[in-house]
Design a protein. Sequence first.
Length: 350
Amino acid sequence: MEMRKLGRTGLDVSLVCLGTMTFGEQNTEAEGHAQMDRAKDAGVNFLDAAELYPIPPKPETQGRTEETIGTWLKSRGGRDKVVVATKAVGRTAMPQFRDDGKGARLSRGQLREAVEKSLRRLQTDYIDLYQLHWPDREVSQFGANPVTFRTVAPAPDEVPIGETLEALQEFVAEGKIRHVGLSNESAWGTMRFLAESDAGRGPRVASIQNGYNLVNRTFETALAEVALREDVGLLAYSPLAQGYLTGKYRNGALPDGSRKKLFDRLQRYEGPGAEEAIGAYLDLAGEIGWSPGDLALRFAATRPFVTSVIIGATTMEQLDQDLAAFDRRWSAEIEARVDAIHAARPNTCP
């Protein structure tokens, strides 16, 4: 398993990160443990979770993912060999995260509550990478088309980025978290966090976790330069476009047990031009003798600004297929053919 540096932290993380958002909903605790065992045997040392998980977010299941990781860490030991990442929700009206039931913000008091709860669920004394799941700012995100993006006016009650960083610095000083990262963040937001850190207001962000795949390369527009020049590498989520880039939904297929059939939450990959773009990549995979999943995962892994690719599975067969994809050899010819499809149908699923 290839290892890469996590920002400027000195930590080495595996090129593959095991995403865990199905634990507690589509996967039982035992199944989650089995997945983590298999990933560890394959050389994966990086786990990604969130206080939000499992998906879809519901009050009755919230926190089960971290709890599953916690029982695994306690039963397996070797905590120092595992890089555990989790996230605090950004601005939200969802009531299940904070004791007062009034939603959540990235303020000092709310972040302290979030950190303490995650530590208890994870059954650990520290979190290696603590990420802000999305901004406190009101921003266009989660599938919004950048072509039609309209600037969102600042809210009068925004929590300043400097205040959030100062809170995170308290947790670093207390040993509760080691490093911090961003998620679903913009180039402007990332640079503001870095500027505040440079000014001494808190820890330097080590990573940014954004959606990135063959049909969503918007990260390349501005954030890739930030990632490379500032050592804030991408933790690429949804590299398989929630399953669309495996071909499982082609021609209207709706497999039993799939997220689309269970939850119907995949509209991000069903917009104008999406079917044609996805089909072109599926055809390319067949022409070069690869599975569609191999093409999608290896594409993400070969980007110079990517630190780790987050994979997720509901079955051991899926997990094994995903892990095997990272042994494929990328070539200049494949790169050129991928870029040709992208040039014809760019970013159909932002």
